[in-house]
Write a protein that binds this ligand. Structure first.
Ligand SMILES: Nc1nc2c(ncn2[C@@H]2O[C@H](COP(=O)(O)OP(=O)(O)OP(=O)(O)O)[C@@H](O)[C@H]2O)c(=O)[nH]1
Length: 332
């Protein structure tokens, strides 16, 4: 039995206030081949060891000096969100209520003291089997997550926002340039960049930053009402809109509608020098493509216009061809 348990390094935390009982348990575990046995006579020390040493299993006495084992188990569960370390309660109290309460607070099993070595070994093996199974599951789900991400790239969807990703953008822009050239129709490309997003992340954290990008993705999808309009995530906090059949004036109208919608949504930006809500800047280029037009040249023009929008104070769109921004248009 000992050999089976020592296949992989395995650590057990024993929480028991009675020295003799604890020593006996520790000896049993060592004999069973447990490489690392940690000991605590009360809750605070147990929690400290649990957080710093991350044992694979906890044997936890219910009656402890100060806070009892139920409380300790609850604290342990709260200390490892998304993770799971098996906890086996130890107690001299052999009542159904104790079993129920132990499981209720997050315990996995229950042993009555004095613990028979053979029963302890059996429980150890069972818990270890569960732990191995859980580890395999975690690793399989991590692999699945990666495979999903690869699949998302292949299907040209950005995993965070659900918008078309950069790969999809490249393909669609190329095709729309060809189509607009063939039909002699105007094509607009708009590059949008969130204003002071570094400050957003710094003030609200990356998780909130990601949620904000998702929200912007929703706004962009909403504003793209025509079936061939495409909103894509161009890079980190940069978005690109491909708008076929859209002349310069239409592009400026679209930009203003987008600005308005974002204003209505009023996504809070705690540290923007421009106000309390999130804004974005955009660079627009519009052309009826000819033989010299390609994706690179359109992106360069949109990028140059975006640079101008940023330089002129942000929270506006600048058109490369019109050399004019939405704010001037509104007030001019
Ligand atoms: N949360 C989150 N942040 C991102 C992501 N991609 C890029 N960013 C952040 O976006 C910020 C972009 O910062 P900068 O390029 O300095 O620009 P900015 O702060 O938006 O300032 P301006 O563009 O000049 O208005 C950086 O802090 C990046 O870490 C992402 O996927 N999630």
């Amino acid at each position: 039995m000992g050999a089976a348990l020592s296949d992989h390094p395995f650590s057990v935390l024993v929480v028991e206030d009675m020295d003799a009982v604890r020593a006996a348990l520790v000896a049993e575990l060592r004999q069973a081949g447990v490489a690392d046995v940690l000991e605590a006579p009360e809750g605070a020390r147990a929690l400290h060891l649990f957080k710093t040493r991350r044992p694979d299993l906890v044997l936890l006495d219910i009656k402890l000096p100060g806070k009892d084992g139920y409380w300790v188990a609850q604290q342990m569960r709260e200390a490892e969100p998304g993770d799971w370390t098996p906890i086996i309660f130890l107690s001299g109290l052999d009542s159904d209520l104790d079993v129920w309460r132990g499981i209720e607070v997050g315990g996995d099993d229950y042993l009555v003291k004095p613990v028979k070595p053979i029963v302890l070994m059996a429980k150890l093996r069972a818990m270890r089997r569960l732990l191995d199974m859980r580890r395999r599951l975690v690793s399989v789900s991590a692999e699945l997550h990666q495979a999903n991400q690869r699949l998302n790239e292949m299907v040209e969807i950005d995993a965070l926002t659900g918008l078309v990703n950069r790969r999809g953008f490249d393909r669609i822009l190329h095709n729309e340039i060809l189509a607009a050239r063939r039909d002699g129709t105007p094509l607009t490309l708009m590059l949008c960049d969130l204003d002071h997003f570094k400050r957003y992340n710094d003030a609200s954290g990356h998780v909130q930053g990601d949620a904000c990008l998702k929200e912007v993705g929703r706004v962009l999808r909403e504003v793209c009402v025509r079936p061939r309009d495409v909103a894509s995530r161009y890079g980190g906090e940069e978005f690109a809109l491909i708008l076929p059949h859209t002349p310069r004036s239409g592009a400026m109208t679209f930009a203003r509608a987008l600005g308005q919608l974002l204003k209505v949504r009023a996504l809070a930006h705690a540290d923007s020098p421009l106000g309390s809500t999130l804004t974005l800047s955009g660079g627009i280029t519009t052309c009826v493509p000819d033989d010299s037009t390609n994706a690179e040249s359109m992106i360069m023009r949109a990028d140059q216009a975006l640079y101008a929008a940023k330089a002129q104070g942000r929270n506006r769109f600048f058109s490369f061809e019109m050399q004019m921004d939405t704010v001037e248009q509104l007030h001019g």
